[in-house]
Design a binder for this molecule. Structure first.
Ligand SMILES: [Zn+2]
Length: 432
């Protein structure tokens, strides 16, 4: 409901802006654009360099190596850099780079060093498909976005325009598979947000004309069912009841019929086991089941995921699920448990105002207007962890296709334009 109103508001704002006299680029802004253009081939070579270092989340050495390449680039433009070790949560660590000041908006710029392609993946190398498209593991998700942040800041630095601004660049090393507990692995990111006004996320772009002002959150859920083991000839009678498998089937069917329905709410049972004896290895999402057609099932389990647009929606869904799970068939019992993973990033007014600023920048650059992307089509990301502390905009990274698959590509032709847009957006924010 709230979203629908905000969507309408966005469209109104876009219409008003579209018809208003467009803000001209200043002399300084034109100088920033020239610097971005001059550095563009260097930016692409840099992207190739970092793509060719494997940084699968579970390859800590590689993640840190990519972090060190970025570290020296940020050292060169006089950012204070630090490597935050995350060995204690079995991950490589995060690279943070920052400058301190009190001019304009305080910014947090978010990227991640890791990719889904581990050291044993056959997909390791940056190769050109044609003049503009590179086939590159993590090139789009999201080493391209990391490079956009760096070269936008470099253009501002080269022109002496970062003086007295406060900017924190946070490149996490475990976005694709976060270290647990999150209170450890996301502590530094959240603390950086608390010192900032605005967070910009550089996850893959969904096109020049869209940015992300809302992302759905994610949670895990698991239902464990117990039934009475007995000869199957007695199933349904007063003594033996329905068995664990029927009970779990009832629960899932009622989830489907009675929890489903709200916009942006989805839930998916990913793996199910049932029978006389089961073993479920949660960490590996795998297991074994043993049962016989002439024995009433004694145990069953299902493990699933849940996506939601707000904490309220998450809680409503959980309440309905709990009620269904407690309404057991004869001689069965069931329990549901939930695990929080990503919070939701709601479509707030502050996020919308940021979108409006980006829209103006984009119009001034003749790159067309920018609208809010459908949050139902995006997964969760690091920006979600800071959404409750700062205004957020995400999806400012590179364009490409096939993220998380061996077909991943990045469109190199869009990097210059996107870096220009980012540089002007940052420039205007730190001068606000
Ligand atoms: Zn990503």
């Amino acid at each position: 409901m709230k979203l629908t109103i905000l969507k309408a508001l966005t469209i109104c704002l876009l219409l008003i802006t579209g018809s208003a006299f467009a803000q001209k680029l200043t002399k300084t802004e034109n100088q920033i654009l020239r610097t971005v253009s001059a550095n563009n081939s260097e930016a692409i070579a840099y992207l190739k360099q970092v793509v060719n270092i494997n940084s699968g989340t579970m390859n800590p050495k590689g993640v840190k190596e990519v972090g060190m390449v970025f570290k020296s680039a940020y050292d060169d433009i006089a950012f204070q850099t630090s490597w935050i070790d995350m060995t204690k949560v079995n991950r490589a660590g995060h690279l943070f780079a920052e400058i301190n000041g009190d001019k304009g908006k305080k910014l947090l710029l978010i990227g991640h060093l890791d990719t889904v392609f581990e050291a044993d993946s056959p997909f390791q190398e940056f190769t050109m498909v044609n003049d503009s498209i590179a086939h590159a593991p993590g090139g789009n998700d999201m080493k391209g976005g990391n490079v956009i942040i760096l070269y936008a800041l470099k253009a501002l630095s080269d022109n002496g325009l970062l003086g007295n601004a406060q900017i924190i660049v946070a490149y996490t090393g475990d976005e694709e598979s976060t270290g647990k507990p999150l209170t450890v692995s996301r502590k530094d990111l959240i603390e950086a947000a608390k010192r900032s006004d605005i967070a910009l996320g550089f996850e893959t772009s969904t096109g020049f004309n869209y940015a992300t002002i809302a992302r759905r959150g994610a949670s895990g859920w698991k239902v464990e069912v117990a039934g009475k083991r007995a000869h199957s000839s007695g199933i349904f009678n007063d003594k033996n009841g329905a068995g664990a498998v029927f009970e779990l089937a009832r629960i899932l069917n009622e989830f489907y019929n009675n929890v489903r329905g709200e916009e942006y709410l989805t839930f998916n049972p990913g793996v199910i086991l049932g029978g006389t004896k089961i073993s479920f290895e949660e960490a590996l999402s795998t297991g074994n089941a043993f049962g016989k057609s002439n024995v009433i099932a004694q145990t069953a389990v299902v493990d699933g995921g849940l996506r939601f647009i707000s904490e309220g929606q998450k809680e409503r869904a959980r309440e309905k699920m709990r009620a269904i799970v407690s309404n057991n068939l004869p001689h069965t019992s069931a329990e549901i448990s939930f695990i929080d993973s990503y919070p939701a990033m709601g479509p707030t007014e502050g996020n919308n105002n940021l979108l409006e600023l980006l829209n103006q920048v984009s119009l001034d650059l003749d790159q067309g207007g920018v609208e809010a992307y459908d949050p139902g089509k995006r997964g969760a990301a690091d920006v979600s962890f800071v959404a409750q502390y700062v205004d957020c905009l995400d999806g400012l990274g590179t364009m490409g296709s096939g993220a998380h698959t061996p077909q991943e590509t990045v469109n190199l032709n869009t990097i210059e334009a996107l870096t220009k847009r980012t540089a002007i957006l940052i420039y205007r924010l730190i001068n606000q």
